[in-house]
Ligand binder design. Structure first.
Ligand code: 13P
Length: 254
């Protein structure tokens, strides 16, 4: 099983800050465990430069979104072919902020996953419930429905090549984290859904936890059997914290 530590920079940093952060992350690369894949997702304007800086290193550069169509009259959008042409290796899709503020649906996310895979870009598919749903005990049902809709049109090999990030919306940017037990419980559920859908291949799909994951809580989360790394927001904006998370992943997961 691969372990992945991925940083989602969201809408943060300017060009100089982005270059500095990439350089600082790469500076620690010699110490990365061989079993940990490291990914950063800067904003679109900085992707090409990030890819250049990451060339020859183990750092994979990801986008935070893409459009499903190959090209066309979609002002403001970015296609997978564009991402591929500059060497982007992964792409986050279905992040809760895109669902909440930009109306992204699971059906559209499913089409984005298919487009990404056709361009050999690794999709990082985000799912997770909001606070009300968690408090009503509906989190399993919500995540099952999200996966069902996103994966409906995808075949077994496409789902097997997709990384899943469980991000409880109530834990994103709030400082409130799912406990290791809560996270493991729903990750095990997601694993079960995957195995039900695609068989044993579902056991090899990396499941990342996201939501206020920091160096001081990552050890408990990453150590659990169905938590194969993290999708990190705030702590990915600081090279020291992000590097600490990579180190913890390497230590805990071996
Ligand atoms: P935080 O780590 O800032 O809570 O963000 C998580 C997230 O949304 C990563 O995609």
């Amino acid at each position: 099983m691969r372990t992945i530590v991925a940083g989602n920079w969201k809408m943060h940093k300017d060009r100089i800050e982005a270059a500095d952060l990439i350089a600082a992350v790469i500076a620690g690369a010699d110490a990365w465990s061989p079993s940990v894949d490291v990914v950063v997702a800067p904003p679109f304007p900085f992707l090409a430069e990030a890819v250049e800086r990451a060339r020859g290193t183990r750092l994979v550069v990801a986008a935070q979104n893409c459009h499903e169509a190959a090209h066309g009259a979609y002002t403001g959008e970015v296609s997978v072919a564009m991402l591929s042409s500059i060497g982007v290796g992964a792409c986050i899709v279905g992040h809760s902020e895109r669902r909440q503020y930009f109306g992204e649906t699971d059906a559209a996310v499913g089409r984005k996953i298919a487009a990404l895979l056709s361009a050999n870009i690794m999709p990082i598919y985000c799912c997770g419930e909001v606070l009300d749903e968690r408090e009503q005990g509906r989190h399993f049902e919500v995540v099952a429905r999200q996966m069902d809709e996103a994966f409906r049109e995808l075949d077994v090999s496409a789902i097997a090549r997709t990384v899943i990030a469980y991000e409880p919306v109530w834990a994103i940017g709030t400082g409130r984290t799912a406990t290791p037990d809560q996270a493991q419980e729903i990750h095990a559920f997601i694993r079960g859904q995957l195995v039900g859908r695609i068989g044993d291949a579902g056991r090899e799909v990396p499941l990342l936890y996201g939501g206020s994951c920091k160096p001081d809580n990552a050890g408990g989360l990453f150590g659990r059997s169905d938590i194969n790394g993290g999708l990190i927001g705030g702590a990915a904006l600081d090279a020291t914290q992000f590097t600490a998370l990579i180190t913890i992943a390497g230590e805990v997961m071996n």
